[in-house]
Design a protein around this ligand. Sequence first.
Ligand code: AR6
Length: 180
Amino acid sequence: MIVKLGPCRLEFVQGDITQQHVAAIVNAANPALAGGGGVDGAIHTAGGPSIMHETQTQYPEGCALGNAVATGAGDLPAKFVFHAVGPIWKGGRQGEPEQLAMACRACLQLAVKHHCASLAFPALSAGAYGYPIDLAAANLIKTTMDFVRWHQKPAVVRFVLYDQGAFGAFTRAVEEVVPR
Ligand code: AR6
């Protein structure tokens, strides 16, 4: 599924984020940048040890909730990994929506800063961190649309959804957010 926004394009695909041929991919990291399961585990496994080496040497203090930091992408096809820290879902009234939007915007800003024409996001916070997938989808899509409407970049933002459930949630959310 593709949504056009002026010179930019939002894409929705089912797949593995580590396999994406884009300038940068987003990691669903934790504040310690300590590695883990899900997207984080897949990126470090497929990308090799240089990514962890870079996070440890460049960001020894980790990354704050709602922010993101950039490293190279090791053996992955992408050029950069943006390690973003989304919120742990605690019911939705403890700032989680704004924290998720901040993490998303931080990645989009890093893409602009590093001249990345294409960026791939996973369903940030919607795995181990428990953010309801439909709410995460609406939040990430709306935040990305607002950003690209204003900045007219990155040219391509691709949401890479691991399973059919996540893919369905994102495509339904697009239909709600995009004016007809
Ligand atoms: N490609 C795309 N999406 C994936 C992949 C993949 N290879 N693998 C899983 N997903 P999660 P979070 C989906 O748990 O909720 C880690 O331990 C997955 O099905 O990766 O932000 C970190 O170290 C789900 O829909 O991220 C943190 O401690 C989505 O990606 C913590 O988990 C996000 O799931 C972060 O949790």
